[in-house]
Design a protein around this ligand. Structure first.
Ligand code: NAD
Length: 298
């Protein structure tokens, strides 16, 4: 069992850290929000008041933070993770952030002789609670081998995507497909409505024909065909439109930085931006169909 420092006990980090406690690890948590620390302490975690204290004596340091700027701040500087981690500690960043920052932080860790992986997740809060997350991991073979048993305590599918930053690359490329496909499926249902084609009929045909994809068969944006999809509960998230917008913007940033032409993804980011601006940011991302239909979306 390991001594683990866990920084960022929010919606995702808290249940992930609790699963590590349940697996028998000694987990010391830090968050800038006091209520999050209280909640973690009530679940059997140790809590401290600084990054320095969280990493003291930790063989493994895990972070689950909002965005790249938070990751840079937490890892960098005299009070940060890299300057204070014990020799030989493994650093695991599970936040979803831009590829460039992920590679910069991994490189700074390497310069301090610390192994690091980026390990963003998919599966949401439900997956974090149930320890069924998918982890997309970027880093060296040895670092991946060390991280895997810990990630197994928090997830179901642990995939090594390649070198530093490749976990983030996999995450944003996957969600770029998802954002585009959800809009495509939604547009098809709205057109079917105008043409007098029943939702269930379109589903039955397309789910066994060449239009089939996850956005249709698992997360269908109209109520009825897939009873577990958010459309059946008023588009309660799930995965919010704001989260989808964040990931589409990260994908656009990466596309611009690499000179990659992604016209559909650019349009998807713009559409989700407009949707979120109607006040629908906390609605499930499949609620985009209401925006495309011209319904009151939020
Ligand atoms: P969150 O805002 O609930 O949690 C982030 C936590 O980090 C907060 O508790 C915040 O106080 C803490 N924090 C920020 N700066 C800090 C600092 N300097 N020191 C210590 N703690 C600090 O966000 P979340 O929903 O838990 O998401 C975390 C990450 O996971 C994000 O990158 C998000 O994109 C990604 N993600 C979220 C979901 C989801 O469904 N919520 C799904 C997949 C991936």
């Amino acid at each position: 069992m390991a001594n683990i420092g866990f920084i960022g006990l929010g919606n995702m980090g808290s249940p992930m850290a609790i699963n590590l406690v349940k697996a028998g690890h000694s987990v010391t948590g830090f968050d800038i929000v006091t209520e999050n620390l209280d909640e973690f302490a009530a679940s059997g975690g140790n809590v401290v008041g600084s990054i320095t204290d969280a990493v003291a004596g930790a063989e493994i340091v895990i972070t689950m933070l909002p965005a790249g700027k938070h990751v840079s701040a937490v890892y960098g500087g005299d009070d940060g993770v890299i300057a204070n981690a014990v020799a030989g500690a493994l650093l695991i960043d599970c936040s979803t952030i831009d590829v460039t920052t992920a590679r910069e932080v991994a490189s700074a860790a390497g310069a301090a002789s610390l192994e690091m992986v980026d390990a963003p997740v998919s599966g949401g809060v439900v997956g974090a609670q149930a320890a069924t997350l998918t982890f997309m991991v970027g880093g060296g073979d040895e670092a991946f081998a060390r991280a895997k048993p810990l990630l197994d305590n928090m997830g179901q599918n642990i995939i090594h995507a390649g070198g530093p930053g490749n976990g983030q690359a996999a995450k944003i490329c996957n969600n770029m497909i998802l954002g585009i496909s959800m809009i495509g499926v939604s547009e098809a249902f709205v057109l079917a409505e105008k043409l007098g084609l029943d939702h269930q009929k379109l589903f039955d045909i397309s789910s066994t024909a060449s239009g089939q994809c996850w956005s249709l068969t698992t997360y269908c944006p109209v109520p009825g065909p897939v009873p577990t999809s958010p459309a059946n509960r008023g588009y309660e998230a799930g995965f919010t439109a704001d989260m989808m917008l964040k990931d589409l913007r990260l994908a656009q940033e990466a596309a611009n930085g690499t000179g990659t032409t992604t016209p559909l993804a650019a349009e998807a980011a713009a559409i989700y931006g407009l949707f979120a601006a109607t006040g629908a940011g906390s609605v499930d991302f499949s609620g985009i169909i209401r925006f495309l239909r011209g319904d009151n979306a939020s």
